[in-house]
Design a protein around this ligand. Structure first.
Ligand SMILES: [Zn+2]
Ligand SMILES: [Zn+2]
Length: 348
């Protein structure tokens, strides 16, 4: 077996990244497997890592590191203590690596572990030919799920978790932000029986895909008034639920004000900094329930994603924005920065 591999590295603190052809193939620990990477999708988080914002600087201490975390591949080597996987298994990866010992882990919430490590952020990830994966975070791919689809499940899970917290069955729901997660969230709303789905974004191309994924009404929030559109769609009452994928302060406030009294807002997208909210008028007097979600329930959300994938009429195909060889990472980044719709996927 060869000893070096190609991969994309964060070399040092500060903006940028490097494509390397001389990286050592990772050595695995007893509880890990070595995954031959078949597809790794580019996430908003990776864009933060490239730009080196406050979020990235706080979490990435151990440099250089291969980043990239939304991935799928094939097990080629298993650690001595691994019992649940074998060579040849096709897997995706839960990126939250819990400690297994803290209060959250011991009370059924490992996805918000107090000592969380994050695959492809605080420990080496998958923009490379091989990646070391904790066996406890590997998720076997059901038959018929391609590696490209597999690489989208982690992001899909964030959208699905958000939609499930919003409890959309029979309800009118607003989905703000029609990037890949938003598009998958819209599809999940449809499968979960939402009565009416309103989607908003700043890009018409993304809104067209939102329709494909099942949105009933699309609103370009750069040109139209989202709150008015939702009120018009609900006889003036407001939506039962809103799921914010955008992380935009403006969209979050518009989401709150689009809700009926007693409605629910779920935040999935991450704002860059603090955002001003009028608690009295927008939340307290109107008895709004506002919650965030972080990643996926381990592993209920993954199961739900697999079921949604199998639902009649649901397809992830429209959400694939493009596939690129690893060395063309810059092209994928350029496409994302240009507002190209869908998920960009790197194939080593
Ligand atoms: Zn991600
Ligand atoms: Zn823990």
């Amino acid at each position: 077996m060869e000893t070096t591999m190609r991969g994309i590295c964060k070399m040092s603190a500060g903006p940028g990244w490097e494509y390397r052809t001389d990286l050592p193939i990772p050595q695995i620990g007893d509880g890990q497997v070595l995954m031959k990477v078949h597809a790794t999708a580019v996430c908003g988080t990776d864009m933060h890592i490239i730009a080196w914002n406050e979020w990235a600087a706080k979490r990435m201490k151990d440099l250089p590191i291969v980043f990239g975390h939304e991935t799928a591949g094939e097990v080629v080597q298993v650690g001595a203590a691994v019992k649940n996987l074998k060579v040849g298994d096709r897997i995706s990866v839960e990126t939250h690596i819990p400690c297994g010992r803290c209060f959250q882990c011991r009370t059924g919430n490992p996805h918000i572990c107090e000592n969380m490590q994050v695959f492809g952020v605080s420990v080496p990830g998958a923009f490379a030919e091989y990646a070391p994966v904790p066996a406890s975070c590997a998720v076997p791919l059901a038959e018929g799920i391609s590696y490209e689809m597999g690489s989208m499940l982690e992001a899909m899970g964030a959208g699905v978790h958000g939609v499930e917290r919003a409890d959309v069955q029979g309800k009118t729901v607003l989905v703000s932000g029609c990037g890949p997660i938003g598009l998958m969230a819209i599809g999940a709303c449809r499968v979960h029986g939402a009565a009416k789905i309103v989607a908003c974004d700043l890009f018409d191309e993304k809104l067209a895909l939102a329709k494909t994924m099942g949105a009933d009404i699309t609103v370009n929030s750069g040109k139209e008034d989202v709150i008015k559109a939702v009120l018009d769609a609900t006889q003036g009452h407001g939506a039962d639920a809103a799921v914010d994928i955008s992380g935009s302060g403006r969209a979050i406030v518009a989401g709150l004000r689009s809700l009926r009294k007693g409605g629910t807002l779920v935040s999935v997208g991450l704002p860059d900094g603090e955002i001003p909210i009028n608690l009295t008028e927008d939340i307290i007097y109107r008895e709004i329930v506002y919650t965030g979600i972080s990643g996926r329930l381990m592993f209920e959300t993954w199961d739900d994603c697999m079921n949604i994938l199998r639902s009649p009429g649901f397809s992830l195909e429209p959400v694939i924005g493009g596939t690129y060889p690893l060395e063309d990472f810059q092209k994928a980044i350029d496409a994302i920065n240009a507002g190209a719709p869908g998920k960009m996927i790197l194939v080593p």
